[in-house]
Design a protein around this ligand. Structure first.
Ligand code: NAP
Length: 310
């Protein structure tokens, strides 16, 4: 459990209070507290919420960065916008490490580059000792896709920053696959893209690796991670329908969308990926009845509701 009581964990308060608390404890006990205060950017997102749950379970001090703090948030939040340098300086004050999960997504890749640049500048200013960054498997082979090109540029900026860094590349989250499958329903049909395979992973398993990494003194690229199984979209669709008690006719068609060109590249996973977490089939059985987090994230709710079924 986090070493803060539940009521304070629900409040939003300046992170300077944490630094002050460690000085007081040090003074009273004569011991060096050496607190590792962690900022989770994207702490309200699909992955970030799992990271916050894992950090909480590990008893670490952390804050979730968000542009829109919510007074009833389950974990402590700190307001900040990665695209506004001044707000970042204050959000990072008193922090030692950052797990950087925030992203504007494929719709605005340049924003991720600007966000990484601002984060690195602020991290230098606030003497952040370690940044852990989550990236995507295969991006160096798929730089024709603007989002992946931006992710690669972010990795390079971080590596050259002079700050201790850890980069973890993961495959597509089960949560994202389930979201896309939901979008593929057209009346009585479910239209899936023909060709290409995925090796999706549960976001919670990615969060576990990031949580371990932020406590490690070493820096560098971790082994790429993926879920335990490779699937075609058709097979993902079949198990999703089975778990969700849907009976749509699955029709596989060539879909002329950039994202499905990514899929057909077969570069989104590779044999060197370390398999971690639940298989797609098990995950979808447990989560089929839940509202997909990519749809529901607009409505703040306790982060551990995502894992409550475990
Ligand atoms: N989804 C996948 O399948 C997948 C696979 C591999 C790697 N990844 C990587 O994992 C990371 C997390 O992905 P996700 O799907 O969990 O993300 P997500 O659910 O879309 O969440 C995005 C988060 O970014 C935050 N954010 C966006 N712009 C921001 C800004 N300007 N300032 C501060 N915060 C900002 C949002 O916070 P607020 O709205 O609260 O401010 C939100 O918490 C990304 O880096 C992604 O590239 C994803």
């Amino acid at each position: 459990m986090n070493n803060y009581n539940t009521s304070s964990a629900r409040t939003i308060f300046p992170n300077r209070a944490n630094v002050f608390a460690s000085v007081i404890i040090e003074f009273l006990t004569g011991q060096n507290c050496e607190m590792n205060n962690i900022l989770v950017t994207g702490g309200t997102g699909v992955l970030g919420q799992h990271v916050c749950s894992q950090l909480d379970r590990a008893g670490l001090n952390f804050w979730a960065l968000t542009r829109n703090p919510h007074p009833a948030a389950y974990f402590r939040q700190v307001a900040g916008d990665l695209l506004r340098k001044t707000s970042l300086d204050s959000a990072l004050c008193g922090m030692n490490s950052v797990i950087h999960c925030a992203s504007s997504g494929a719709a605005n890749p340049d924003a991720d580059i600007a966000a990484m640049r601002n984060l690195i500048d602020a991290a230098h200013h606030d003497k952040i000792s370690h940044i852990v960054y989550v990236s995507i498997v295969g991006i160096d082979h798929l730089t024709w896709f603007p989002y992946y090109r931006a992710k690669l540029a972010c990795e390079e900026m971080l590596i050259e920053s002079g700050i201790r860094w850890t980069i973890l590349r993961a495959t597509q989250f089960h949560e994202l696959v389930a979201y896309f499958l939901g979008l593929m329903i057209r009346g009585p049909l479910m239209i899936t893209p023909r060709g290409g395979r995925l090796q999706p992973i549960e976001a919670n398993a990615v969060a576990e690796v990031l949580t371990r990494a932020v406590r490690e003194p070493r820096s560098g690229r971790l082994t790429d991670i993926a879920g335990p199984e490779v699937h075609s979209f058709e097979s993902l669709a079949k198990s999703w329908q089975h778990a969700a008690h849907r009976r749509k006719m699955i029709v596989s068609l060539p879909v002329p969308d950039m994202r499905f060109r990514l899929l057909r590249s077969n570069r989104l996973y590779h044999s060197g990926c370390e398999p971690v977490g639940m298989s797609w089939g098990n995950w979808v059985r447990e989560h089929a009845s839940e509202l997909n987090p990519y749809i529901s994230r607009a409505q703040p709710k306790p982060a551990n509701a995502l894992t409550a079924a475990r």
